[in-house]
Design a protein around this ligand. Sequence first.
Ligand code: PSU
Ligand code: MN
Length: 307
Amino acid sequence: MNSPIIVNAEVANAIERHLPVVALETTIITHGLPYPQNLETARLLEDTIRAAGAVPATIGMLAGEARVGLNKNDLESLTRQRGEKIQRRSLPWAAARRISGGTTVSATMSIAHMVGIRVFVTGGIGGVHRGVETSGDVSEDLAELARTPLAVVSAGAKAILDLPRTLEMLETLGVMVVGYQTKEFPAFYTRHSGLFIPSLNIEEIASLLYATWQEWQYKSSVLVCNPPPPDNELPAGYVEELIAQAIAAAHEEQIKGKDLTPFLLAYLEKSSRGKTVATNIALVNANARLAAEVAKAYQQLLGTKSC
Ligand code: PSU
Ligand code: MN
């Protein structure tokens, strides 16, 4: 059977040689950040991962081809044109229609797993939206975490969501959630949420991944939460105020479904005059570094267990 996925030579070689590889999603750059910060961020994240000793695998869809390891020109055109926001469920549809776009957390995880990558990084996962009682809006990211074995490094779920419900849903779905240098599920723009999770160091995270996949043979992800760097944190009250305004504006303009998250993030960028974007870039960069460390520690552990 032909694979619908094209892996570039560097990433294919790294996977084959069991080197640490970190997958990156592209909806954050096509629909989560403004141009040109999105292109700068895409490059920054790859540089950070390389500097930390792992191979970056940025994943997106170009003219219906799912690509693992986008080159300079691909990134340039994707960040300018943006294209569609492609979720996991729409990968075959986008491929059939030769569509270009950013792949979300769910779509990217699915592609990364199909080519044998174990570690994935993003800013914040999608989750249960506020007002779910009436909208029913729960991100496909949560379903993907339940069925795909990856270490997902993020600053928790995006703050525009209902964080307590998102954490409960992760438990329902059987997804283990742990913190790195925190005992709390982060609130994306701020370090504290009042929702508690176990805190692990890098070696403990690698051991947990080994136990989850090798020993217990689970097929689910482990969500590794890294709070935003202290210097980039925004005041909690300030952020909550802006989020409430953004959600009210979305209601007013009847924004729903997959357009909602990009609308809310763009609204926050404008109303904070770029502060939310600066924090988003700083936290995703910190996550990229942590993801590279996790990938290295996990590969090392696999190496010692196999001798
Ligand atoms: N993290 C960010 N910014 C983003 C996203 C994540 O810091 O824009 C994207 C991810 O691709 C995630 C998507 O999968 O938002 C969630 O969208 P939805 O709520 O429609 O499932
Ligand atoms: Mn949704």
